[in-house]
Design a protein around this ligand. Structure first.
Ligand code: TTP
Length: 402
């Protein structure tokens, strides 16, 4: 049985991080979103089909033609015509039954195991407090009987979790399903039509971690979830005077210098340096070649490859892009005085991040001047700069969202 991973989306809500990479390649705890989803499917499948579109070459290059010892094939979805359309692209690569998952979802392997054990078609659900923003699944006697997108009055608290097992019959429905209001052919609409025609759907509930990484702050959650499963592996250098607590992975060529205090769960990539005299609190991922220098504190953050926070800085609850450089004394605010949730701009609207603590989203190659203050919830676009001593309270140079 193959696993089809949907990885063709544009990831507009993740801007500016997705201006320079496709969303499936966003780093989480030493891997990427899509490779983490593939790992969850790997024990139950004999190969992968990745549906790619936006920046597809990057996905092919990074993931390659083998993952977890299994072959990886690619199919192109030229237009972002919807999730059902994406599944149809894989029709010639799958057998009588196949797994489908969003390439940006975080979920546990056991769910895939339970799905494949079901007979025929099956979907997975997550019990959530407020299901109104999801596809909501109605269940009767252990079988799913209806699925409704973003209903005003949800029929249950079970959100469609975007991991499925389908029979080939489902492909006919995905091919012919009508476009939704946003002009896309969607998996959930095809499933609802199948149910109307009397197809039964098995239901599996995600008991453990589950999330769909749509917004930048979801990346922090995804990073936390992926790092949760790590154990201490210190292949890198731990200098005398460095302290390592909890689950810390230091890859070969990583260096924890004297005075570094690293509290897991923390991933430190190949060639990255922590210290001397630096404090890194998990869950944090420090990408390949990145640097956390003297007098720097980093907490609950993702630092991408070659990010440099060299001196006397604080970074909390933030995502820092590839090749960025924060000038000495750059400080990130991650908490409001009134204790309310931090708000951020997404697709030209202000949204509640749902988090009391959230820092900043910094696009690739940003440079801040010394003593820059970055306010909670601000985004800096790819290549943006700040003056020495600046206080940044609004997004800077983030491309208009389309
Ligand atoms: P979404 O999260 O709805 O879309 P997106 O990833 O493009 O993000 P945004 O809304 O911020 O622009 O997509 C859900 C999953 O389905 C995701 O893994 C991407 C994938 N997808 C496709 O592969 N093809 C498509 O045409 C669409 C709409 C989504």
């Amino acid at each position: 049985m193959k696993a089809v991973l949907l990885a063709a989306g544009r990831g507009t809500r993740m801007r500016p991080l997705t201006d320079t990479r496709p969303k499936p390649l966003l780093p989480v705890g030493g891997t990427t979103l899509v490779e983490n989803a593939m790992d969850a499917c790997a024990p139950y499948v004999d190969g992968f089909v990745l549906v790619v579109g936006y920046m597809s070459d990057e996905v092919r290059e990074t993931v390659g033609d083998e993952h977890a010892g299994l072959p990886v094939e690619y199919v192109e979805q030229e237009e972002r015509a919807g999730t059902a359309d994406a599944v149809v692209r894989a029709q010639n690569r799958v057998g009588p039954r196949f797994v489908v998952a969003n390439g940006d979802a975080v979920f546990s392997p056991s769910v895939v195991g339970s799905l494949v054990e079901q007979e025929g078609n099956a979907l997975s659900v997550k019990r959530v407090d407020d299901p109104s923003g999801y596809g909501v699944v109605e269940v009767d006697d252990g079988r799913a009987t209806d699925i409704v997108e973003k209903p005003d009055e949800p029929p249950s608290s079970l959100a469609n979790a975007g991991v499925y097992v389908f029979d080939r019959d489902a492909l006919d429905y995905m091919r012919s399903t009508d476009e939704s209001a946003r002009g896309e052919r969607e998996i959930t609409a095809a499933i609802a039509e199948m149910m109307t025609d009397g197809y039964g759907y098995g239901v599996v509930e995600h008991e453990g971690e589950w999330l769909d990484a749509g917004y930048p702050w979801d990346l922090l959650e995804a990073n936390r979830a992926v790092l949760r499963g790590t154990e201490r592996i210190l292949d890198g250098e731990v200098e005398e005077g460095a302290t390592v607590r909890g689950d810390v992975v230091a890859e070969e060529g990583a260096r924890l210098l004297s005075g570094a205090y690293v509290e897991g769960s923390v991933f430190v990539g190949e060639g990255a340096t922590i210290g001397p005299n630096a404090y890194v609190r998990g869950p944090t991922a420090v990408g390949e070649g990145a640097k956390v220098g003297h007098g720097v504190e980093v907490k609950n953050s993702v630092l991408m490859r070659d990010a440099s926070v060299g001196h006397l800085s604080y970074v909390g609850d933030s995502v820092l892009g590839e090749g960025i450089n924060l000038g000495a004394g750059t400080v990130v605010a991650n908490l409001r005085h009134d204790g309310k949730n931090v708000r951020a701009r997404v697709k030209e609207e202000t949204v509640d991040t749902g988090r009391r603590k959230f820092g900043v989203v910094v696009g690739d190659n940003v440079k801040t001047g010394v003593n820059t203050s970055l306010n909670a919830g601000t985004r800096l676009g790819v290549g943006a700069t700040t003056e020495p001593g600046e206080t940044v309270t609004r997004d800077r140079d983030v491309e208009a969202d389309g």
